[in-house]
Design a protein around this ligand. Structure first.
Ligand SMILES: Cc1cc2nc3c(=O)[nH]c(=O)nc-3n(C[C@H](O)[C@H](O)[C@H](O)COP(=O)(O)OP(=O)(O)OC[C@H]3O[C@@H](n4cnc5c(N)ncnc54)[C@H](O)[C@@H]3O)c2cc1C
Length: 548
């Protein structure tokens, strides 16, 4: 960038802002993964979407939405309960843009059945790009789309709600759902005494009229301005899922009291609340006593989104790092020409190649699951493994990207600080790391034949690639060993890496061999820049990562 003068000095050697970029056209790994997983026909629309979301204005709005966190208005000026949350207009703009693009519902038909392929891949490509710009608003977008997976059990409710859910017109007004042009959905599972262990829920549900009366609390309930919440509560027949609207059928505000908003590390544009339910009206979703079973499909979908979002965070962090190092000169040489910096960024680029291939391949399994039991088994086994590995990888990755920008990476005016604060949440919510590993073990235990079939098909996709046969053997042996729980993390990480190699191999990626050689063979390194990549692989990775 040309130098400019201030009174005391010239300003030069600062990288230009990374904005007005094309999040699709500049991302070769994404394009290849989209094509390989059946969504080539979407390319034109994705390019338009990539330009829209990479615009300078979007980036500025994302900063505003996060700097101006939502505020709880529990009471009105006269002391009456109000229970509303006010958001910055930028948050509403993001909600409107994501809903306009259909990210909240495009994978469902009007009857809540699954939309035809490649709906999952097409949505995921967009979701991945949105995650690079603004994450907080994606929480209600994810919850809305995933909730349909549980609501589908109640055709009567689906018939009434689906036209509002699938609407592409965002309506933030605080009114009964039937008066609105479009609605969003939230979830309330976690209570003070237990989040993972939802069976410990103490919130009670008693049959009353056409529904149930809910009394109790939720310790975390995000996006409390949603129009309807799926909540778990103890009914006479045991833990049950319910749909609790903000307004009860008589048009009155339902008995849902917002107690506080959480003061969070990141995810600031999104409101996460503590709530109490006082005789709140709700419809039952699924049979009494089958609450956990009812939300299982929904939870798979939220976990998938966590992985896609973390992959998106990593992509933006990488793009920012490479952009900066190409414009910053240190010791008379561009940072991007310094061998050690190249080793760091190429190693990081390899991870983003693996993560995007992995999530898009997983989305293809979701696309095919209804018609192909093998793909359904793949989605079942790999979703927790992929969430585990990508969400765990993201914080360290974003931190390394931050360091590539030096001091500029650490200050709030840039984007890296926000991405860094954002990164850990995807590993915590929707099932934390250990819980994901236990879920992989559960899949192997309960559906062992199907899971073995998945391992076999991964091994076949990787045939002849160094390290993959050994990895498949280690995974199978470890995850079925008597002490599998103790060793689960190492094996689940290997499973995700094997699946990444398989995804890269299936799409004929040029970086399959270096990925396998540096991730599966030998001891994994603790930091980026330690993978032994030869010069040709480094040149190729950096050229693929971002056009100069
Ligand atoms: C920003 C934010 C927003 C959220 N929004 C919502 C929301 O909208 N709705 C909602 O319902 N929840 C929400 N949550 C809650 C979130 O889903 C839970 O925090 C999460 O599921 C973990 O539950 P917990 O906090 O009770 O931790 P715990 O269940 O106590 O778990 C603590 C740790 O123990 C580990 N662990 C659990 N069981 C085992 C085991 N058997 N063996 C080994 N380790 C184990 C877990 O992996 C975790 O690391 C939100 C959380 C955050 C941070």
């Amino acid at each position: 960038m040309a130098g400019r003068s201030l009174e005391t000095h010239d300003v030069f050697n600062q990288s230009p802002p990374f904005e007005n970029v094309d999040l699709f056209a500049d991302d070769r790994a994404l394009q290849e993964a989209v094509r390989a997983n059946g969504a080539a026909g979407e390319s034109g629309r994705l390019a338009e979407f990539g330009r829209q979301w990479g615009a300078a204005d979007m980036i500025a709005q994302a900063r505003l939405a996060n700097e101006n966190a939502p505020r709880l208005k529990a009471f009105d000026p006269r002391g009456f309960r109000q229970d509303i949350v006010e958001f910055h207009p930028a948050y509403h703009d993001f909600m409107a843009a994501s809903i306009d693009a259909g990210l909240h519902a495009m994978t469902w038909n009007a009857d809540a059945s699954q939309a035809a392929p490649p709906a999952e891949v097409a949505r995921a490509a967009r979701y991945y790009m949105v995650a690079q710009i603004e994450n907080g608003h994606m929480c209600p977008i994810t919850m809305t789309r995933a909730s349909v997976g549980a609501l589908a059990l109640e055709p009567g409710l689906v018939k009434r709600l689906m036209p509002k859910i699938s609407s592409r017109r965002y309506d933030p007004s605080f009114r009964p759902w039937w008066e609105k042009t479009g609605i969003t959905l939230g979830m309330g599972m976690t209570e003070k005494q237990g989040g993972t262990d939802v069976r410990a829920n103490t919130t009670r549900a008693e049959p009353a009229g056409e529904g149930y009366r809910i009394n109790g609390h939720k310790w975390f309930l995000s996006a409390p301005m949603s129009d309807l919440f799926l909540v778990l509560a103890q009914a006479p027949g045991g833990l049950t899922c319910f749909a609790l609207p903000r307004f009860s059928p008589d048009g009155q505000v339902n008995g849902m009291r917002l107690q506080r908003l959480k003061d969070k590390l990141g995810n600031r544009s999104n409101a996460s609340s503590e709530v109490e339910f006082v005789d709140a009206f709700a419809w039952r979703v699924g049979p009494e006593g089958r609450g956990v079973r009812t939300i299982i499909e929904m939870v798979q979908l939220t976990r998938l989104d966590c992985a896609i979002a973390s992959a998106g965070l990593m992509r933006m962090a990488l793009a920012q790092a490479i952009h900066h190092t190409r414009h910053r000169t240190v010791f008379q040489k561009r940072l991007s020409d310094q061998p050690l910096m190249r080793a760091v960024t190429a190693d990081m680029a390899l991870d983003t190649e693996g993560t995007v291939a992995l999530v898009m391949r997983l989305c293809r399994s979701f696309d095919q699951a209804a018609r192909d039991p093998q793909e359904a088994a793949r989605a079942r086994l790999l979703t927790p493994a992929v969430k585990y590995w990508i969400c765990k990888r993201a914080p360290a990755f974003v931190y390394e990207a931050m360091e590539c920008l030096g001091g500029n990476g650490y200050v709030e005016e840039g984007m890296l600080a926000r991405l860094y604060r954002e990164a850990p949440v995807n590993a915590i919510w929707e099932g934390s790391g250990n819980v994901m590993c236990l879920d992989v073990l559960r899949a192997l235990g309960r559906e062992s034949e199907a899971a073995r079939g998945v391992l076999l098909s991964l091994a076949q996709s990787c045939a002849g690639i160094a390290g993959t046969r050994e990895a498949a053997g280690v995974i199978a042996a470890t995850l079925t060993a008597p002490d599998s729980e103790v060793r689960a993390r190492a094996a689940v990480e290997q499973l995700a890496l094997l699946a990444a190699v398989a995804a890269l191999a299936e799409q004929g990626s040029a970086v399959t061999e270096p990925f396998a050689a540096t991730r599966l063979v030998g001891r994994p390194a603790a930091t980026y820049g330690t993978a032994e990549l030869d010069n040709a692989a480094t040149v190729q990775l950096l050229a693929r990562a971002l056009p100069e």
